[in-house]
Design a protein. Structure first.
Length: 277
């Protein structure tokens, strides 16, 4: 039996009935795996790199993976809006009706994909009431999958192994481990922010794409401040994993990072375990 989901806006919103969250989690796991196979097929040969209108790179893998995911989601939840990065870049902007919707980044970390360093992910998130209630993050190069779902917690699977529950950690006695973007980190700005917020950082780790959220979710890091531009499809799946693992993602004024904003652009934010507050 399906369940009624909360609306992002009550005025003029349209109620939707969705399958149980456990069924959606499994279906999205399979979609992410299918997209990963397309990505790795292209990764083995010519990447088909070109620039979008905003001068950011895109590859054949971005488009191939998105076709798989978007078609699957539209079959899984007919009528539910799907906001996908490459469709958005092409000007196909879905109309949100105030109810739930999907956010998809078929290849998060395109720059890392082009560098062939393995730090790229497939991101799928379900948004309900402005919050990610389901997040799937799959790293195709390492066959590592992280999932988070409201009421079900977070888990991780490596290769062909079993899913293992994950959670954020307590604050390490020597200080926090901070995550930074491999392609966008400006350490001087981060150092100033850490000092101003009386946070002791003992170690740093660089990672591409949504892997930073997942490192915090599985207790390998504690905090990831991002003071640069991001879009909602960049963060929603990772936030879904992290929040299900006991963490949070907040704006710089300590409000939850919400979804369905104009132009789908994010403000600056901090992803963290509760111990790093």
């Amino acid at each position: 039996m399906g369940y009624k989901v909360a609306a992002l806006h009550t005025t003029g919103s349209v109620p939707h009935t969705l399958p149980p969250i456990s069924d959606l989690r499994q279906a999205c796991t399979e979609l992410a795996e299918a997209a990963a196979r397309e990505i790795m097929r292209i990764y083995a040969g010519d990447l088909g790199v070109r620039d979008k209108a905003d001068k950011s790179p895109v590859t054949d893998a971005d488009h191939a993976a998105e076709l798989v995911i978007v078609a699957g989601l539209r079959s899984l939840t007919p009528g539910l809006p799907v906001v996908a990065e490459e469709e958005m870049a092409a000007g196909h902007v879905p109309k949100l009706d105030g109810g739930p919707f999907w956010l998809v980044d078929p290849l998060d970390g395109t720059k890392e994909f082009i560098k062939r360093n393995g730090e790229f992910t497939v991101n799928i998130a379900l948004i309900e009431g402005g919050r990610p209630t389901l997040g799937i993050v799959l790293a195709p190069a390492t066959e590592t999958l992280w999932r988070g779902a409201a009421g079900l917690g977070a888990d991780k699977r490596e290769g062909g192994g079993a899913f293992v529950a994950i959670s954020t950690r307590a604050c390490p006695p020597n200080g926090l481990t901070a995550c930074a973007s491999r392609s966008h980190a400006i350490y001087s700005d981060l150092d100033i922010w850490f000092r101003n917020n009386n946070l002791t950082v003992a170690d740093r780790v660089q990672a591409g794409s949504s892997l930073k959220f997942c490192l915090i979710a599985e207790g390998k890091a504690d905090i990831y401040p991002r003071f640069g531009p991001t879009n909602e499809w960049d963060t929603a799946a990772g936030q879904g994993v992290l929040e299900a693992a006991g963490g949070e993602v907040v704006t710089t004024d300590d409000r939850p990072l919400l979804y369905g904003k104009p132009r789908f652009s994010n403000p600056h934010f901090i992803a963290r375990s509760m111990a790093a507050r």
